[in-house]
Write a protein that binds this ligand. Structure first.
Ligand SMILES: [Zn+2]
Ligand SMILES: [Zn+2]
Length: 188
């Protein structure tokens, strides 16, 4: 987590406790969508800001999709900027193709961008904050990942339904995950 996420975890989540409709269960307030809950709006606005300041990988411009092109990576694991979109506003304003410059922030919406090539090859431990919430980097939901308990390695999937769980049913404690390697490309 970066410092913005840490500050938000510490302060942002507590903001809702000021709402008269606050419920301890689920750390939320009972205000419905129509009634104006200033606290809920404030939390959502801050969260939006935190997410913009947290570098995200560019999204794949699906109009380029064909048999050989299915994501933003070239065969060697480097990023092909031309087929990238801002992960927040989905515009092309993250790369200057004339000068070959990758922008650190989207020129349209200000989203911070993560241009690191390839995928992480490190094990990431599942860790928790004091409220028992997962606070480590997580894979996308329903993305197949490698999971290890320090002895065995298996393919698993992160699912969400009122909280995260592993498709295998294993408890997170003591486990670590990493992204699957890219499939072998057959040579003709
Ligand atoms: Zn409220
Ligand atoms: Zn943008």
């Amino acid at each position: 987590m970066n410092k913005y996420q840490e500050a938000f975890m510490l302060m942002g989540k507590k903001t809702l406790t000021h709402c008269p409709g606050y419920m301890i269960t689920g750390n939320r307030c009972s205000c419905n969508e129509q009634s104006e809950c200033g606290y809920k709006q404030a939390v959502d606005t801050l969260q939006e800001l935190v997410e913009k300041a947290t570098p995200k990988k560019p999204s794949f411009d699906k109009s380029w999709e064909d048999e050989e092109t299915t994501d933003i990576y070239n065969e060697d694991g480097s990023i092909n900027e031309i087929i990238c979109l801002c992960p927040n506003c989905h515009k092309h304003s993250i790369y200057d193709s004339e000068y070959g410059v990758r922008f650190d922030y989207c020129h349209e919406c200000g989203q911070a961008l993560d241009w690191s090539d390839g995928d992480s090859k490190e094990w990431i431990s599942f860790t928790f904050d004091e409220d028992g919430m997962l606070n480590c980097p997580l894979p996308d939901e329903e993305e197949e990942i490698l999971v290890s308990d320090g002895k065995d390695v298996w393919i698993d999937t992160l699912m969400e339904d009122n909280g995260y769980y592993l498709d295998s049913g294993r408890e997170f404690r003591g486990l670590a995950w990493m992204q699957l390697p890219k499939p072998h490309v057959k040579e003709d």
